[in-house]
Design a binder for this molecule. Structure first.
Ligand code: HPA
Length: 256
């Protein structure tokens, strides 16, 4: 049984080196996940892969069925999740093509289905979310990046924005004043749902562009795509280094 799931984001709708064993369509109490779960082997380890925006990259961030995705992954029996996500870089060191492993998150999204704990409850449940990401999985990613000598920010606060539009320069100024170093559209409610369902979840962010007002001129999709090609090549190497080291990682989230 696979221990690890990988959620692919923009620029990573397939995992080239994944030796696919089978595809699983899994209905959930929350509806359809973004696509079939892909069961396969990467570096001789069983992993489950799902593309967050669907195989053809057709589901925008605010329409992703985060609850179905996380519920379906949990049903496969995985304990850990590495969530790959494209972000805009707010801080100076968040330059396009680099990686970042956030350790905090602020949720600016609205009207998304953000909890699995709302009906059929024995009692009202509040999860602890002081540290939103799994430190053991983060450490694994950091260790792999260091081993590969990849430039990667080992800390940072992820601002989860609603999208699908990019931000105004004033919004990015505000996020920076709030202490955010990177901005994306998919980090929430994904991280919180993973915690609710007892999965050890960490994010591997790829800087796709300088955030609004932090670079020169407008942000073009062409530039984002170019930066993601080089960034995702690093992610693939990172995963191939990290996955064989997964066994030593102790995951301590409690499963409901
Ligand atoms: N803002 C929000 N989400 C993003 C960005 C951005 O600049 N780049 C990639 N995802």
């Amino acid at each position: 049984m696979a221990e690890l799931a990988i959620i692919g984001g923009t620029g990573l709708t397939t995992l080239k080196n994944l030796e696919i064993k089978h595809r699983q369509v899994m209905p959930t109490p929350y509806g359809e996940p973004s696509g079939p779960l892909i069961h396969g082997q990467l570096c001789n380890k069983d992993v489950v892969f799902i593309s967050r925006h669907g195989r053809g990259h057709t589901i925008p961030p605010h329409r992703v069925n985060y609850r179905a995705n996380i519920w379906a992954l949990r049903e496969t029996g995985v304990r850990s999740v590495i969530a790959v996500a494209a972000v805009g870089g707010i801080c100076e060191d968040m330059q396009p093509g680099r990686l970042a492993f956030p350790d905090q998150i602020i949720d600016y999204t609205w009207s998304r289905q953000h909890t699995c704990f709302e009906s059929d409850l024995d009692q009202v449940t509040h999860i602890d979310f002081t540290e939103p990401y799994s430190e053991p999985v983060r450490r694994l990613l950091i260790k792999a990046a260091r081993q590969l000598k990849l430039e990667a920010a080992e800390h940072g606060t992820y601002a989860a924005m609603q999208g699908p539009r990019l931000e105004t320069a004033a919004e990015i100024d505000r996020l920076e004043r709030d202490g955010c170093s990177m901005v994306g559209m998919t980090g929430m409610p994904e991280a919180a749902l993973a915690r609710e369902l007892g999965l050890c979840y960490a994010s591997c962010a790829v800087i796709a562009n300088r955030a609004a007002g932090r670079g020169t001129g407008t942000i073009s999709m062409e530039d984002i795509e170019t930066n993601l090609v080089s960034g995702m090549a690093k992610v693939r190497r990172l995963l191939e280094t990290a996955i064989p080291m997964l066994e030593g990682v102790s995951c301590r989230e409690s499963r409901p």
